[in-house]
Design a protein around this ligand. Structure first.
Ligand code: ZN
Ligand code: ZN
Ligand code: FE
Length: 714
């Protein structure tokens, strides 16, 4: 008789893998067992069709499962009497944590089936959906290691939990109205709480709703409540995301392409930034022509939208750049919401919504959270335990050990205390859950970053990695991890962003690399005003104007410029956008990160018109004299076309495929027109679409650089 042992690794626990194997094996008349072990899942099959089973089982996986490796070995037959699911092997904890997943179609169907015992139950979930990362307290992923620990399963739930043929089999957060968490709004509970919430929203109230990874602030879109929310949140311009009942409702107010629709309706359910039609979604996203849209992703929101027929502003509850609020007391302290819709299951660690745009037929991520992260990968070579702490803005961490790499979700800007505490918790949780004590830590060059201080305080060997080279390495990592066909080529790699410390003490941000060598960059200029110039972009514009011989700015500025008070030298393209937005009279304040870029995109008119530029001795110079003198309405279009043609000219000059990295390329218009021209010129290119193109990928780049270095000389 044929007998085989199969060891499968990857995301194979807590995703309904064992029941799928059980069903397939029994249907093929096989004997043996399946069980979770420290590495993943172990299967032993005996019988006539054992070989056929091996060929088939990986074709028919549950939706959340992702196999990294399969190892098959012939073993002596043990003459099993049946096929069974054995209890988990305890051991080291090397399985992957799944991200939180949106409610699946089967659960949705039961949610609306009046004869089902979970009819209208806002916490329905199964092996294919529901919370994971935000409720896990330890590994292995078992009920007792989640914040569902304090809810005792009722008889019926227990039966489903233990039944290998049930879709609730080993669904760790399984519950029902009799035994699970409860939803509250004042004295109302369960579905009644949701109906009350719907009524209050319709009346124009602002609600705090406990979502999967933290609290959202929610109000009726296109209503006076939005203005009130802006006032209370003290957030005048930064766009709010809007949640719609369904894709048709989105289509009514936004122009969406097929790829955008696919992303919006995907099981990951991210916020997708799309083009507004000419509607009055003015307060939600003032001054710009985009809107972040998404669909209800958990049973609470799905049920809520049954009771209303208008879209909702749904925005993370936090204090400016701090992490999303997850505790009842914290949300009360914020004093923004009129009413709380909450439940009594603890969120162990917060997790934001993911945000993306579509470029060509691929997503371009701004932020990875719910639905996508943590993200784990298997490597072909072994790594010592190593931690990469990222930069300062859009913080994420990456942990590497053995043949595994784990990328955290979005943490936030680590400049404030609350975010730094959260950052430390994520680092500590990852190390604890995976039982890893890092021996090495990789950090940014910038001595003032909290992450750098933290890395140095760990008392292990540190490596400092230049910011923009980290951007490039992050894209190389993604190409290799996704087995992209271009991964072994040599590239001209652009890293254009806002801020990052260079090896010469200047603030870089308009860099081009070939391998590790910086081959070109935008011409330096001095910005007077330090940190202030990031918000007050007049300082940035006046500084650039002075470099080109214009006497711009007030007296105070002139004095500061002459004495170089609080000035820094930069090659940042992000700062060029700020200056250009001012010259074009679009704004004199950076209301939020990326604002000037969005205004320039909105004013872009296409065509070939541009300014002259020169690339000499590796320094890129735009004819800003012409730009500053130009008619203001022509500036945005000509500026973006100039950047586009610089990219194409460089690709031609170095005769290499182009690789895009850095936050500037979140500018969808610039990236789109650039790749369009590269395509026409027959020049290959790559932009990241697994990981964000911005600073959220710095930790990955740091780790990847360490990995290459380690492999070259262990
Ligand atoms: Zn489900
Ligand atoms: Zn129950
Ligand atoms: Fe950066």
């Amino acid at each position: 008789m044929q007998a085989y042992k199969i060891v499968v690794t990857g995301r194979v626990q807590g995703v309904g893998f064992r029941p799928t194997i059980f069903n397939l094996a029994t249907s093929m008349g096989l004997k043996g067992y399946v069980r979770n072990d420290a590495q993943g899942v172990e299967i032993v099959v005996e019988g006539e069709k054992a070989k056929a089973f091996i060929e088939r089982f990986s074709d028919d996986l549950p939706p959340l499962a992702k196999i990294e490796t399969i190892e098959v070995r012939k073993v002596p037959s043990q003459c099993f009497g049946n096929f069974s699911i054995l209890k988990s092997e305890e051991g080291t904890k090397r399985t992957f944590i799944s991200p939180d997943m949106s409610v699946c179609p089967a659960c949705k169907a039961e949610l609306f089936n009046p004869t089902n015992r979970r009819f209208h139950y806002p916490f329905i979930n199964c092996t294919h959906c529901g919370p994971r990362y935000t409720i896990i307290t330890d590994l292995p992923y078992d009920r007792k290691n989640t914040t569902m620990d304090r809810f005792t399963m009722c008889q019926k739930c227990r039966q489903e939990y233990e039944d290998p043929t049930s879709r609730f089999f080993h669904a760790q957060p399984i519950s029902c109205p009799d035994c699970g968490p409860r939803l509250h709004l004042g004295e109302y509970e369960g579905y009644e709480a949701i109906r009350q919430a719907a009524r209050l929203l319709d009346e124009g109230k602002i609600l705090a709703i406990k979502g999967v990874g933290g609290y959202h602030l929610v109000c009726k879109a296109q209503s006076q409540a939005v203005a009130e929310l802006r006032k209370r949140k003290r957030r005048s311009k930064k766009p709010f995301a809007v949640m719609f009942k369904n894709i048709e409702a989105i289509r009514e107010v936004c122009d969406i392409q097929e790829t955008e629709e696919r992303l919006i309706t995907s099981k990951e359910n991210p916020i997708v930034i799309v083009k507004k039609k000419d509607t009055d979604f003015g307060l939600e996203a003032p001054d710009i022509d985009r809107l972040g849209v998404f669909l209800p992703y958990n049973p609470i929101y799905v049920l809520l939208f049954e009771c209303i027929d208008f879209p909702l502003v749904v925005t993370s509850a936090n204090i400016s750049e701090e992490p999303i609020v997850k505790e009842e007391e914290e949300i009360e302290k914020l004093r923004i919401a009129d009413v709380l819709l909450w439940y009594d299951r603890k969120i162990e660690r917060s997790c934001d919504d993911s945000v993306a745009v579509c470029v060509e037929d691929r997503p371009l991520f701004y932020r990875l959270g719910r639905g996508y992260a943590p993200r784990s990968f298997k490597l072909s070579n072994l790594l010592p335990p190593v931690l990469a702490v990222g930069a300062q803005q859009k913080g994420t961490i990456v942990l590497g050990f053995d043949d595994t790499l784990i990328v955290s979700p979005h943490i936030g800007d680590i400049a404030n205390i609350a975010s730094f505490e959260y950052f430390k918790k994520v680092v500590e949780d990852f190390c604890k859950m995976y039982d890893v004590a890092p021996q090495y830590v990789v950090h940014d060059l910038h001595p003032m970053y909290e992450t750098v201080r933290y890395a140095k305080s760990l008392g292990i060997q540190t490596y400092a990695m230049q910011h923009h080279l980290s951007h490039v390495y992050a894209v190389l990592a993604e190409m290799e991890l996704s087995h992209h066909s271009m991964k072994d080529e040599k590239f001209l790699a652009l890293a254009w962003d806002g801020t990052g410390l260079g090896t010469d003490g200047a603030i870089w941000g308009g860099e081009a690399f070939i391998e590790d060598e910086r081959v070109a960059h935008f011409g330096y200029f001095d910005i007077v005003g330090g940190e202030r110039a990031i918000k007050d972009i007049r300082l940035c514009a006046w500084s650039l104007a002075r470099k080109h011989g214009f006497e711009m700015g007030d007296e105070l500025f002139a004095l500061g410029y002459a004495k170089k008070i609080n000035s820094f030298t930069t090659s940042s393209v992000g700062r060029l956008f700020d200056a250009v937005a001012y010259f074009a009279q679009l704004t004199d304040r950076q209301e939020y990160e990326g604002y000037t870029g969005l205004l320039i995109e909105k004013a872009y008119r296409g065509g070939e018109d541009r300014y002259d530029f020169y690339i000499e001795n590796g320094a890129i110079e735009i004819d800003f004299t012409a730009l500053i003198k130009d008619r203001k309405e022509r500036i945005p279009t000509r500026f973006l076309n100039t950047l586009r043609d610089i990219i194409v000219a460089m690709a031609k000059e170095y005769d290499l495929p182009m690789l895009f990295s850095g936050g500037v390329f979140q500018n969808k218009t610039l990236l789109t027109i650039a790749i369009d021209k590269l395509q026409k010129a027959g020049i290959p290119y790559y932009f990241p679409s697994l990981f964000p193109i911005n600073d959220a990928a710095i930790s990955l780049g740091q780790l990847w650089w360490f990995k290459n270095r380690f492999e070259a000389n262990p």
